[in-house]
Design a protein around this ligand. Structure first.
Ligand SMILES: *[C@@H]1O[C@H](CO)[C@@H](O)[C@H](O)[C@H]1NC(C)=O
Ligand SMILES: *[C@@H]1O[C@H](CO)[C@@H](O)[C@H](O)[C@H]1NC(C)=O
Ligand SMILES: *[C@@H]1O[C@H](CO)[C@@H](O)[C@H](O)[C@H]1NC(C)=O
Ligand SMILES: *[C@@H]1O[C@H](CO)[C@@H](O)[C@H](O)[C@H]1NC(C)=O
Ligand SMILES: *[C@@H]1O[C@H](CO)[C@@H](O)[C@H](O)[C@H]1NC(C)=O
Ligand SMILES: *[C@@H]1O[C@H](CO)[C@@H](O)[C@H](O)[C@H]1NC(C)=O
Ligand SMILES: *[C@@H]1O[C@H](CO)[C@@H](O)[C@H](O)[C@H]1NC(C)=O
Ligand SMILES: *[C@@H]1O[C@H](CO)[C@@H](O)[C@H](O)[C@H]1NC(C)=O
Ligand SMILES: *[C@@H]1O[C@H](CO)[C@@H](O)[C@H](O)[C@H]1NC(C)=O
Length: 568
């Protein structure tokens, strides 16, 4: 691994601050030297020199390229000869054997070795959407071929994992490979992944509305890419057939949440509702076919009372994205889009001026209680993504500008304009996270001590970590999965946003001008209040002692006298 060591002095801390930090267990992992690894030589489209705000910007090209490289590092199955991630091997080749199928391939979900169809399909849909909007960004970064490979590695697996029929007696979709209990008791490289790895499906006798509709969306969105950008109409048509069949499976009644059929997914990726996916899948099929029956399905699900708007756009929540997508499709095909543009703007306005359970952190990060706790950046970047997709068709130029400004503020935050001076992409700056919660990259083998070794063995270039907490604090601790875990879905919106910046940004990403070294941890106001109270109590005790000093001295003398009397 090409790398050099970047020495830097931490901001000096006063003795008091240091001891208080220890006292309150708030100390961050201190490193005297941060390993700033150079990119692997064979990621194309990466800068070798300072980029000086040039256009097209080589640093944004690096971000587009690295994010795709992260997905390459997540590949499961037999790796192709052009695999660029030297520390990854062929793995989990027997997936599906338990059910007489070949279910090898696809992507590992996060820092572990499980495969989950629901968040993975959303990842594919979202990356495809970003590429349909900003495909030119991939071309400017010389990454179109890698983008194609990234999408196809996913859709090839979805082809293996789903039935290709619209016969409702005979449909299935595999939704999870592996066992939470077994996999989450393993920490180590991909050469020793524990078995068994059960294959879990939904099927005609126990179906799953949400996951089937999301997989349909992924296939339909990808088919558009293969037609429009990858010049492969044969494969595009295959994907479209799967998309239609998956959607017919999704519409099997009564609708049901997939974890009700496949309870094994419950503790990992339970779905909250399926109506948003029914709309979403139909809209992607409409976009891919121009068949108005899909548009009618989408609007009737949108009209139904079971469609509920949620602010977050992520693997589970697509309601706001549905408004944006339908407004976009109707506008582009010259149909009346006013009703949906109204809804889309009401939705986006509630994001750029958040209230209730969503807010901006002190540092300016879009935050939604609950969803942001383990995936702060995913929530922020998902919101930015929808703003940028919608901005060109907003009803006023003021709105267009407001959506763009909000999105750029979230991108800047993710790239280092935050109180921690941390670009939350791995491998781009000395302040980037060093300790992602990722078994394969860590080099560790001890599930009982994930923080060992202290130096991560392999740099997981391009991965976005979970992110900071609500007070913008980030402790780069590998065991703290809520802040340092990486996942397929965390990079999905980011991938598209970097393509957008490749096209639109005439300046460097924010981190280019961040001087190495994180600021010293500020002590939270609660801690200050506690310390002030303790000091006051101490002073009060001292004053009482001083005030009563004569009595105390007298009492002491009497005691000594008593004692000496006893001795005599
Ligand atoms: C990528 O580059 C590394 C050295 O930087 C080299 O060892 C490796 O063989 C290259 N891989 C490919 C697929 O070219
Ligand atoms: C993309 O490739 C072209 C042709 O090889 C090259 O001129 C250009 O600098 C590359 N772009 C980036 C961002 O590396
Ligand atoms: C950026 O500026 C430096 C110093 O002026 C120069 O050496 C370097 O070639 C420039 N890089 C690019 C990509 O223009
Ligand atoms: C089912 O698929 C077949 C082709 O495989 C097609 O002819 C038929 O119309 C489809 N049926 C429905 C209800 O979509
Ligand atoms: C697209 O693919 C077809 C057949 O594979 C080929 O004949 C054609 O030249 C390709 N077009 C472009 C623009 O690559
Ligand atoms: C159908 O799915 C249910 C739920 O996952 C499972 O218990 C059952 O074995 C599946 N049936 C088949 C034939 O795969
Ligand atoms: C949805 O509601 C609108 C009115 O708000 C109506 O014009 C449209 O026909 C409805 N669509 C469907 C498919 O129910
Ligand atoms: C989905 O949300 C709607 C609206 O809140 C609600 O009526 C419905 O019961 C929810 N569906 C499920 C499966 O929870
Ligand atoms: C759908 O129709 C529009 C014109 O309204 C056209 O631009 C687009 O290419 C068509 N899409 C497909 C998938 O046929």
């Amino acid at each position: 691994m090409d790398s050099y060591t970047f020495d830097h002095q931490r901001t000096s801390q006063t003795l008091l601050t240091t001891s208080l930090l220890l006292l309150t267990s708030l100390s961050r992992v201190q490193t005297d030297s941060i390993n700033y690894a150079l990119p692997p030589a064979n990621i194309t489209g990466i800068p070798q020199e300072p980029s000086n705000n040039t256009y097209p910007n080589p640093e944004y090209a690096r971000l587009v390229a690295y994010s795709l490289y992260f997905y390459e590092a997540q590949r499961s199955g037999k790796l192709p000869t052009n695999n660029r991630v030297s520390w990854r091997h062929d793995s989990a080749l027997d997936d599906g054997k338990d059910v007489g199928l070949d279910l090898s391939g696809g992507y590992y979900d996060a820092g572990d070795y499980l495969k989950f169809t629901f968040p993975f399909s959303w990842t594919i849909t979202t990356i495809a959407w970003g590429a349909l909007e900003w495909g030119e960004g991939y071309q400017l970064a010389n990454q179109t071929q890698y983008l194609r490979d990234m999408i196809k590695w996913g859709t090839d697996w979805l082809i293996k994992a789903s039935s290709n029929t619209n016969n409702t007696n005979n449909q299935y979709l595999y939704v999870m490979i592996g066992s939470l209990d077994i996999d989450h008791n393993y920490w180590g490289p991909d050469t020793n992944i524990p078995n068994p790895r059960p294959s879990i499906n939904v099927n005609s006798s126990a179906h799953g509305t949400d996951v089937s509709s999301e997989a349909a969306a992924a296939m339909a969105a990808s088919s558009l890419l293969f037609t429009n950008q990858f010049n492969d109409s044969t494969y595009a048509n295959t994907l479209l057939t799967y998309a239609k069949n998956l959607y017919s499976f999704a519409e099997m009644t009564p609708f049901t949440l997939y974890q009700n059929s496949a309870p094994q997914v419950k503790d990992a990726y339970s779905s909250l509702n399926y109506t948003d996916e029914l709309v979403w899948g139909a809209l992607w099929l409409y976009r891919a076919t121009n068949d108005t029956s899909y548009l009618n399905k989408a609007t009737s699900y949108l009209n139904s009372s079971s469609f509920k708007v949620k602010k977050v756009f992520n693997w589970d929540e697509k309601s706001g994205a549905c408004y944006v997508l339908i407004a976009q499709l109707l506008q582009q095909s010259g149909q009346d889009s006013s009703k949906w543009k109204f809804e889309a703007e009401r939705y986006l306005d509630s994001i750029i001026r958040p209230s209730g359970s969503c807010s901006l952190t002190g540092g300016g990060l879009f935050w939604c209680d609950g969803d942001s706790d383990d995936a702060a950046l995913s929530v922020s970047l998902g919101a930015a993504f929808l703003c940028l997709v919608y901005a060109p068709i907003a009803t006023s130029s003021a709105k267009t500008q407001a959506y763009i400004d909000f999105a750029l503020s979230q991108i800047d935050y993710a790239l280092g304009k935050n109180p921690e001076k941390t670009p939350y992409t791995i491998g781009v700056h000395p302040n980037s996270p060093q300790n992602p919660h990722h078994a394969g990259a860590s080099g560790g083998t001890d599930i009982s001590n994930i923080n060992n070794p202290s130096q991560t063995l392999h740099v997981l270039y391009g991965a976005i970590v979970g992110g900071p907490d609500k007070s913008d604090q980030f402790d780069d601790i590998r065991a703290d999965y809520s802040e340092t875990e990486v996942a397929l879905d965390y990079n999905a919106a980011f991938q598209g946003l970097m393509a957008y910046q490749m096209i639109n940004s005439h300046s460097d990403p924010y981190y280019v001008n961040v001087t190495p070294g994180r600021p010293a941890r500020k002590i939270s106001s609660v801690v200050i209040i506690i310390i002030v109270i303790l000091c006051l109590l101490f002073l009060i005790v001292l004053s009482i002692l001083y005030w009563k000093r004569k009595k105390i001295v007298e009492w002491w003398k009497r005691r000594r006298q008593l004692r000496s009397n006893e001795k005599c």
